[in-house]
Every structure is written in structure tokens, then in C-alpha cells.
Design a protein around this ligand. Structure first.
Ligand code: DGY
Length: 411
């Protein structure tokens, strides 16, 4: 299995960057790449740093590291560069994704101690975190906003149903989906979801991808618990790296953002769920749907001991309803759909983060349970994109880079 996992990463390597999987996702994706870098670090440290270098090649002057970097051309994916309408080289999208990159950089550095490689990526990572604060928390609330469900990485999570219902289904772009030609449509977002996804892309393209204009016109603006937790974890990891290659002023700056995020995430605890949940920043309402993202503050070290116990209890309850933890949507929620992308399936990368969080919080038993089930589902179904929580059967795309990377991290 270890050999096969390495082969998946090698096969998806396009020369310094890795595609999530051939055809369905033929470019470099932001958070996929960070997990892939950690996977490579287990057997080829230099290649691991290349992955982060290529990610930073797509960075904008204002610090944004985009969701997708279109290093090469492909007809296999919609919406491609022509829909985003961004004239850059390499071409990119104009939104971001959960910022795992600094966490990956720390992981790499702690393994090989390569200060030179670290020094090359550190300025880009610092600029990226500054961008989050400036572009996505202009009022300094402590929580960053996501302006498109694609930025959360959890595209069609039921958490977005309420906020997305306000987004019109009209588009100026003609929708020509490719994903449903590669994958069973029952495992993908619905047509109406895509109309709204593309309405948002049209809106921001018309705003010139300028952060303050996007902020003003955004019909979708949520404080996603997953993104904020991953960012808090990444800020802590960046602070550790700043001890090595940063300045005292940078350390003070990063510590300030950490304090803001800690306060913001604490306000997202939902006692009725026994979990954290995001907030709709337009209506002010809590996005109170149980989800795998609701455990991610553990990964950020942002849960109190009592909250850790409560969340372990929620998982125990879920484990009576499904065979494999952690379903992306609470299995007792009416919105739970075990095979539809982020509405139910289990994702190995999310499991890895949750297990790390429980372990760091001192709950080794829950961590071991999640890690064991993650290995079990991959052994059973291979390096697929996501898994059916009822039996661990494979779903979505095959030979997936980040699932192979997680296998290597758990090995
Ligand atoms: C997709 O196109 O399905 C991706 O999730 C966007 O990042």
C-alpha cells in the first residue's frame, strides 16, 4: 500500500506540481497541494518543497494564493481560465481555498531542517496570511469570510444551503460542466448549485477581482468554521517558522492575528450541536448543521477540555449511525446524503486533521479510532476521492493524490 500510494503521487506529478487526479482535476489545487507536499515529504523531501514553490508561483501581488493554478491547458475542467477572465501568468482563479500551506511548510521543515527551502516559501506564506486579514476581515472581527463555497473546499455542504438560497441562479457564463462526464452525477453537486457557483464567479469577475469591491457586492459571505480553524492552525505554524526565519515584528504581527482568530472561533461554539459551526455574515445567523468541519477547531488547538469531551461524545453517537467516521454531514441531519460530495461522504484529509486535533488535545483513543477507520476505508477501497460512511465504499474520482498522501502520513 505504501508503494502504491507513492506511485499515485508520482503518476499525478506534472513536473513540480501534482494534480489531484487526472481528467477530473487537471491543474494545481491550493489545499490539495499542501497535503500532497506532506505526503511527498515522507519519501522525497526536495520534491515536497517543489510543490509549495509551484503553489507560490500562482500568488498575486496582494498576497492571494488562488484556489487553482492553471499551469497547463486542459479541456477536462469547467470553469477554466476563460470563465475567470484573469490575465496572469500562470493563469489562476480569483478566489482562495483553506490555507493549509504554512502547516505543510512547518511539517516539511521539521523533517528535513532545510532553512534554504523554508526561506524561499516563508515570505509568500506571510503575505498570504496578511491577505486573509486585509481582504477577508476588513473590519478586524477576528474571523475571515469566504465569498464562494469553493473557497471552503466543501462546495455543496448543507451549511451553505441557507446563504446560497439568496444567490440567484442566473449566469452570464454558459455552464458546460465536465465533472459529470467523468463522475456519476449523483455523487456531485446539483445543476442548481452550479448555477449559483457560476453566478458568484460572474459577479466577482465583473468586480474586477478587486477585494474591496468583491466585499461590497458579495451575495455570499460566511465565516466558515473549517477555513477559520485551518487558518488559525496555519498562523500558529507560521509563528513557529517565523522563530526560525522571520523578524520580531513579524512574530508580533502573527501573534496578534492568532489572538483575534482564537476569540472569533470561540464565538462559534454551538452547545445544541456539541460542535462548532460557522456564521452567515449577511443574515448574522449560525449555520447550525452538524458537519465534519465543526470538529476542525481541534486541529487549531481552539477547543476547551470540556468541548473536546463533548465533541468526542458526538462522534461516538455518529459512529452508531454509520460504519466509518467522520461523515462530512451529521448522519442524523435531514440533509445527509451519503454519496453526494460534501453532503455526507468521508474525506481522508478531514479525518487526518480531526485525528491530529484529538491527539493534540490528549484524547488518544478518539484519534486512534479515526485513524484506524481512515486506514481501513483506504485499504478496502483504494486511493479514491471520498468514501461512503455506511460501508467505506469508494466514491468520486479514483487515484487521488490527497488520499494517497494521507495514507503515507498515517503509515
Ligand atoms: C470542483 O470543481 O469540484 C472543485 O471542488 C472546485 O475547487
Amino acid at each position: 500500500m505504501n508503494e502504491q500510494a507513492r506511485a499515485v503521487l508520482r503518476t499525478n506529478d506534472r513536473g513540480g506540481y501534482t494534480v489531484p487526479t487526472a481528467r477530473l482535476y487537471p491543474f494545481q489545487w491550493n489545499w490539495d497541494s499542501a497535503f500532497v507536499a506532506m505526503g511527498f515529504a515522507t519519501f522525497d523531501p526536495s520534491r515536497a518543497w517543489d510543490e509549495l514553490d509551484h503553489l507560490i508561483k500562482g500568488q498575486w501581488e496582494d498576497g492571494l494564493i488562488p484556489q487553482i493554478i492553471f499551469h497547463a491547458e486542459s479541456d477536462d475542467y469547467f470553469p477554466g481560465p476563460e470563465v475567470w477572465g484573469i490575465e496572469r501568468s500562470p493563469k489562476t482563479t480569483g478566489i482562495t481555498q483553506p490555507p493549509v500551506a504554512a502547516t505543510a511548510a512547518r511539517f516539511l521543515f521539521e523533517r528535513d531542517g532545510d532553512r534554504g527551502r523554508l526561506s524561499r516559501v516563508y515570505p509568500g506564506l506571510l503575505a498570504y496570511h496578511r491577505w486573509f486579514r486585509a481582504a477577508r476581515d476588513p473590519q478586524g472581527t477576528g474571523l475571515v469570510a469566504t465569498l464562494h463555497p469553493w473557497e471552503t473546499g466543501m462546495d455543496n455542504s448543507p451549511a451553505w444551503d441557507g446563504p446560497m438560497s439568496r444567490v440567484p441562479t442566473s449566469t452570464t457564463t454558459v455552464i458546460r460542466r465536465r465533472d459529470t462526464g467523468h463522475i456519476d452525477p449523483a455523487m456531485r453537486p446539483r445543476a442548481e448549485d452550479y448555477q449559483r457557483f457560476i453566478h458568484l464567479v460572474d459577479t466577482y469577475r465583473e468586480a474586477g477581482w478587486e477585494p474591496s469591491r468583491m466585499w461590497e457586492v458579495a451575495p455570499f459571505k460566511v465565516a466558515d468554521v473549517g477555513t477559520n480553524a485551518i487558518l488559525l492552525r496555519a498562523e500558529r505554524d507560521l509563528l513557529a517558522l517565523a522563530e526560525v526565519v522571520g523578524s520580531p515584528a513579524e512574530r508580533v504581527e502573527i501573534a496578534g492575528r492568532i489572538a483575534g482568530l482564537e476569540k472569533g472561533i470561540a464565538s462559534l461554539w454551538r452547545p445544541e450541536l456539541g460542535q462548532f459551526a460557522g456564521r452567515d455574515l449577511i443574515s448574522g445567523e449560525a449555520l447550525a448543521v452538524g458537519s465534519s468541519a465543526g470538529f476542525l477547531p481541534l486541529f487549531a488547538g481552539a477547543a476547551t477540555p470540556g468541548q473536546v469531551v463533548e465533541m468526542a461524545g458526538v462522534l461516538k453517537r455518529w459512529s452508531q449511525l454509520v460504519e466509518v467516521l467522520v461523515p462530512s454531514t451529521a448522519p442524523d441531519a435531514v440533509q445527509f446524503e451519503p454519496l453526494r460530495y460534501w453532503r455526507g461522504p468521508v474525506w481522508a484529509v478531514v479525518n487526518w486533521m480531526i485525528a491530529e486535533g484529538f491527539a493534540d488535545a490528549g484524547d488518544a483513543e478518539t484519534a486512534a479510532l479515526i485513524r484506524g477507520q481512515t486506514r481501513g476505508m483506504i485499504e478496502k477501497s483504494g486511493f479514491v476521492e471520498y468514501f461512503d460512511p455506511r460501508d467505506g465504499a469508494g466514491a468520486g474520482g479514483a487515484t487521488f493524490s490527497w488520499t494517497a498522501a494521507i495514507w503515507l502520513l498515517l503509515a
